[in-house]
Ligand binder design. Structure first.
Ligand SMILES: Nc1ncnc2c1ncn2[C@@H]1O[C@H](COP(=O)(O)OP(=O)(O)OP(=O)(O)O)[C@@H](O)[C@H]1O
Ligand SMILES: [Mg+2]
Length: 303
């Protein structure tokens, strides 16, 4: 049974930004949740609203299964429309400050806070004084690998960040949020079935798009190509580390148990994640491991 959010109390003091759809603060089980409504599906006229709520729910649960602290999500109806409720994590005096805010504090940064050039992001991580750079760098790359697995095309600098408490001076990495652009939210059931029938359609969605929001030389990163070619040791360590945490049985169970999911969506999500894992992550990892063996270079200690 799906939850029904239609008649819950609204918290009018809660207002959320973001460009992809309307949002309201509701009180559900005595806590505030951000209720996210799906935006119009601009890229698919056959689909009235995008499936981003389904993507948000499934992708957040998979991030959680991979060991990330992640916002809690619940699918439910609001006036017959499927929406996703995201538990508000701005509690106990902690407020969200996104990475773009932190990046603006770096005075010699080449780009502005929202610039996603990789070297500029890594430079900010190194220069900032909020959290230990090594911890933040390890998090950034692990999130990048999670996004690669789930095909996220929208992890811009406003879609990850920190919870800070101005009174106590505490700061921590915010839970993973805004995963609405993972798992192909513009596809309707017919298109999913079509992609499942066509090897070419499927592999295009692995090797050509979606790309990452992070850019290399002003070009959005192609996940498969980048992971094969990079010699960034922090990235390769994250690749090895996260790959060891992917449990396909767990992921299948999450998909299977998702409320209101259709049989085609189940098949599509399962297949696309299996194939992305194999052709993007496993392939890159095998390549770097064999390169490390032949060159005997001191690459990260893969377990
Ligand atoms: N769980 C949460 N708790 C508190 N605030 C949140 C939470 N999730 C998101 N927010 C805030 O609400 C804003 C909008 O949410 P979100 O990023 O999910 O929406 P969006 O419209 O998909 O954004 P985008 O413009 O990146 O596509 C976020 O930028 C963040 O400031
Ligand atoms: Mg957002």
């Amino acid at each position: 049974m799906m939850e029904n959010f239609t008649n819950l109390a609204i918290n009018p003091t809660k207002m959320y930004g973001g460009a992809n759809g309307n949002k309201i603060g509701i009180v559900y089980k005595n806590e505030t949740y951000m209720l996210k409504f799906p935006p119009k599906a601009k890229k698919n006229p056959a689909l009235n609203y995008s499936n981003s709520c389904m993507s948000e729910y499934v992708a957040c649960h998979i991030f959680e299964a991979l060991g990330f602290e992640t916002q809690e999500t619940v699918l439910g109806l609001y006036n017959d429309k499927v929406t996703v409720a995201c538990k508000d994590f701005e509690v106990n005096g902690f407020l969200l400050k996104d990475f773009a805010h932190l990046k603006n504090t770096i005075l010699d940064s080449e780009q502005n806070g929202y610039g996603t050039e990789l070297t500029d992001i890594l430079n900010t991580i190194q220069e900032q004084r909020l959290l230990p750079p090594d911890r933040l760098k390890a998090f950034f790359w692990k999130m990048f690998i999670g996004d690669a697995l789930l095909g996220n095309f929208d992890r811009h600098n406003g879609n990850w960040g920190f919870l800070v408490n101005a009174t106590t001076g505490e700061a921590k990495i915010a839970p993973i949020f805004d995963c609405g652009s993972c798992l192909y939210p513009q596809l309707d059931d017919d298109k999913m079935a079509f992609v499942l029938r066509s090897e070419e359609e499927l592999t295009t969605r692995i090797f050509v798009f979606p790309t990452s929001s992070v850019q290399l030389d002003n070009k959005k990163i192609n996940y498969a190509q980048f992971l094969m070619e990079t010699d960034n040791e922090d990235c390769l360590r994250a690749l090895a580390d996260l790959s060891g945490k992917i449990d396909m049985q767990k992921i299948k169970a999450i998909i299977e148990d998702t409320p209101s999911i259709t049989a085609t969506q189940k098949k599509f999500f399962t297949k696309i994640i299996e194939v992305r894992k194999e052709l993007i992550l496993d392939r890159a990892l095998a390549h770097h491991r064999s390169a490390a063996m032949t060159s005997k270079r001191g690459l990260p200690p893969y377990q």
